[in-house]
Design a protein around this ligand. Structure first.
Ligand code: ATP
Ligand code: MG
Length: 444
């Protein structure tokens, strides 16, 4: 892509309406545009990042055997009346009437709809477990939408649902999602800590929130620092291995404020290991047994001939919120330097030639190596404008493309000045550069 043709509407200064750095940066480099309160359009740069996050989330769901479906955004009120949540959900639910005067709603979550799909199709324990997910827009009419896409009204979520024959099997499903979340956030280059959480309006008895640390986060957290050193590298999908994994995390105190208890915190965590800080919730998993299957009458035949309500869990990831969360974690606001993780960056490499009105030879070089890099499947953006060099560098520091080739004084012959944002530059051949980037990509 040539930057002169790209739709990247960059602002000269930080927008005044934004309070936190992710919101500022997303408006500044034109990743999103607000269309009304808490509702946003996604422009090319922001959309590319969100789609890459979605791809990783999807791959990690598929790896644990979850199957992708797609449910609609608009739902009928009837199933919500069956579960009893139509009234409980209150003003956060956007309610709509169709031309026949039927009560419809824009789905804030999908427990009811998925339970309805399950009950009309699955009748026997032999078809269990079932792990189903979709990635779809949700609408919650938040009282105070704020911080851009971090707390908005329309947002993009991956929500998965598990169906099992009994508690033991249901916990096994829960643990599979637990592992898949750890793997997902690691691939996004985030350290997300699972914390025992309250179950809120979704209900149930076992729940973890996955939280990344950030001063601007809305969740208050209390934790034992040693939880950051827990590793899951040896975990596999066997029951015992997943059970052990969850225990490895659960021995450390780590809770959000709803579950916080001062006495317990001080008793369980020595003073030097105590950490009280803030974080951003990027995922949330729940086990709630027959909370929905019972009122909606979703049961299966058991081996002995009896019937029982199926045991369910649900598992959410805020795909659109993650775009902001990654910026909160990776953007150095004082130096105005962003560096996207290679796994989700809008472009992998920027070619920045020094161009003057009288001398465009560097641009010609840039065009040549751009063709080569595209053939090596490296997603590249070329700055073909004649802006002065320091404004070009400032612009790319904000856009956050992690690798740069600078074609100017330091590039000689077949060697080009190559730089990873935040590191020293070195002179490399174009083959070396493409090999280096592709090797990093293999690790994602
Ligand atoms: P929160 O506590 O932040 O309001 P929640 O507990 O209501 O979130 P869940 O029902 O657990 O949210 O939804 C799953 C995920 O969807 C959350 O972990 C979060 O990443 C994302 N999410 C929820 N509400 C919003 C929102 N208003 N804007 C953007 N993302 C959201
Ligand atoms: Mg939650």
């Amino acid at each position: 892509m040539y930057i002169s043709k790209a739709f990247i509407p960059i602002l000269k200064n930080n927008p005044t309406e934004a309070k936190i750095k992710s919101h500022k940066l997303m408006l500044r480099v034109g990743m999103i545009k607000q269309s009304s309160a808490g509702i946003y359009s996604w422009l090319p740069l922001g959309f590319k990042v969100m789609k890459k996050i979605e791809k990783i989330v999807r791959e990690e769901q598929n790896k644990i055997g979850a199957q992708e479906i797609l449910m609609p955004t608009i739902q009928s009120s009837e199933i919500w009346k069956e579960s009893g949540r139509y009234d409980d959900y209150g003003d956060e639910m956007l309610r709509i009437k169709d031309r026949q005067n039927r009560e419809m709603l824009y789905g804030p979550t999908n427990e009811e709809l998925i339970t309805d799909i399950f009950r009309s199709n699955i009748k026997s324990y032999k078809s269990l477990p079932q792990l189903l997910y979709h990635i779809q827009w949700k609408f919650r009419d938040e009282l105070r939408p704020r911080f851009g896409i971090m707390r908005c009204r329309e947002f993009y979520m991956k929500d998965a649902y598990s169906f099992d024959i009994n508690d033991e099997e249901a916990l096994y499903s829960y643990n599979k999602f637990f592992l898949s979340y750890l793997r997902t956030f690691k691939r996004l280059n985030l350290t997300a800590i699972p914390m025992a959480a309250d179950t809120g309006p979704i209900g149930g008895n076992l729940s973890h929130e996955f939280i990344i640390l950030a001063e601007t986060g809305e969740s208050k957290i209390f934790t034992d620092k040693r939880i950051f050193d827990v590793s899951y590298d040896n975990a596999n999908l066997e029951k015992k291995s997943l059970d052990d994994l969850r225990k490895k995390y659960e021995i450390f105190y780590a809770v959000t404020d709803e579950k916080f208890n001062k006495e317990e915190f001080e008793k369980k965590v020595s003073a030097e290991n105590r950490l009280t800080t803030k974080g951003i919730e990027v995922g949330h998993i729940f086990y709630f047994g027959d909370k929905y299957s019972k009122p909606l009458n979703a049961s299966v035949d058991l081996p002995g001939g009896k019937k029982d309500y199926v045991k369910m869990g649900s598992y959410g990831v805020g795909v659109s919120r993650l775009v902001g969360a990654i910026i909160e974690a990776k953007y150095n606001e004082n130096e105005e330097i962003m560096k996207w993780p290679l796994s989700v960056t809008p472009y992998e490499l920027a070619i920045i030639p020094m161009i003057t009105k009288n001398d465009t030879s560097n641009l010609e070089k840039a065009q040549k190596i751009y063709k080569f890099l595209e053939s090596k499947k490296i997603d590249t953006i070329v700055d073909d404008t004649d802006e002065n060099f320091s404004s070009k560098m400032k612009k790319f520091n904000l856009i956050g493309v992690p690798y740069q080739i600078i074609i100017g004084k330091k590039s000689e012959g077949d060697l080009f000045e190559f730089k990873e944002i935040g590191k020293e530059s070195q002179n490399l051949s174009i083959d070396q550069i493409s090999e280096l980037i592709n090797k990093q990509k293999e690790k994602i």
